[in-house]
Design a protein around this ligand. Structure first.
Ligand code: CUA
Length: 311
């Protein structure tokens, strides 16, 4: 485990370098400014102390050059920092297409992860060195926050919606996973470890579990179990939208809007089917709110996403 008493934790993800550069640049600029202001105050206090023979004639009240300089220079510096930091931040949302999905459910007080092949773990997350991953996260109860200092990553995990987070681990080893949002009595103990293995070790670790159905296969089972197939699959006489190839596509709604069928849309369609009704269909689907667990929803999602790949 990395030493928690280092001033700056190890940099162990693809994001860490960029975040550190912004942080230390801002720290440097504000630090130098604070020192310069403090030094000026001290020098002026000494020079103009009572009884000193300093020159005290009235100062100039206007100096256009000076005023322009102290307005424009800081503006340029701050805009520069803003553009740079915005670029770093937007990279957090530019998920590479080869990122592998991992499904994370937070609850009081543990982190549950499910890998694509169905392997589950609690308070641990095994990853492969150099392999980009995309975490799809949600909470079963209150707001938690997924925080890995060594990766310079923190994202709130909110009940009722999906948050995604992508990164590439760049160092082998074990790293703290913390919850950074006060979520109840045991919040301080809601901790885990991220274990970064070499790709071959990771493959061995993934395969070492009891053979279990993968996420999509479990989703397919739920799809039948909850009766989704009864309406949404071809032999059905119910007028319901077909779901193959739906994920990631644009959907036209009854109220004239167009939305992208992402994870949030699919989730809402299952829990609040009346919210976004597809154009040309009646709002006849029952809500599954309260009947279906967060991990089951993620499995259903994995199944619907796999239908896209099959097309
Ligand atoms: Cu979960 Cu704090």
């Amino acid at each position: 485990m990395n030493d928690p008493f280092h001033l700056v934790p190890q940099r162990a993800s693809s994001m860490a370098g960029a975040v550190d550069h912004v942080f230390f640049t801002v720290l440097g600029i504000t630090g130098v400014t604070a020192l310069a202001v403090t030094a000026t105050i001290i020098v002026l206090c000494i020079r103009f102390r009572r009884g000193s023979r300093a020159e005290r004639s009235p100062p100039p009240t206007r100096h256009r050059g000076l005023e322009l300089a102290w307005t424009i220079l800081p503006l340029l510096v701050f805009l520069g920092i803003f553009l740079w930091a915005a670029k770093v931040y937007s990279d957090f949302f530019r998920v590479p297409p080869d990122a592998i999905p991992i499904f994370v459910v937070a609850r009081q007080w543990m982190w549950q992860a499910q890998h694509d092949n169905g392997r589950r773990e609690i308070d641990e997350l095994h990853l492969a060195l150099g392999q980009p991953v995309r975490l799809l996260m949600t909470s079963q109860d209150v707001i938690h926050s997924f925080y890995v200092p060594a990766f310079r990553l923190k994202r709130d995990v909110v009940p009722g919606r999906y948050q995604t987070l992508w990164f590439t681990p760049t160092e082998l080893g074990e790293f703290y996973l913390l919850c950074a949002e006060y979520c109840g009595t045991e919040h301080a103990r809601m901790r885990g470890r991220i274990i970064v293995l070499s790709p071959s070790e990771y493959a061995r670790w993934l395969a070492a579990s009891q053979p279990a159905p993968g996420m999509a296969a479990r989703g397919a089972e739920l799809y039948r179990q909850y009766g989704c197939s009864g309406c949404h699959d071809p032999p059905s006489t119910v007028h319901a939208p077909r779901l193959a190839g739906l994920y990631g596509r644009q959907v036209h709604l009854q109220d004239g809007r167009t939305v992208v069928a992402d994870e949030a849309y699919l989730r809402d369609s299952i829990l609040q089917p009346g919210k976004e009704v597809v154009a040309g269909f009646a709002s006849i689907m029952p809500s599954y709110q309260g009947q279906i667990g967060e991990d089951e929803l993620l499995q259903l999602l994995a199944y619907l996403q796999s239908l896209k790949e099959a097309q």
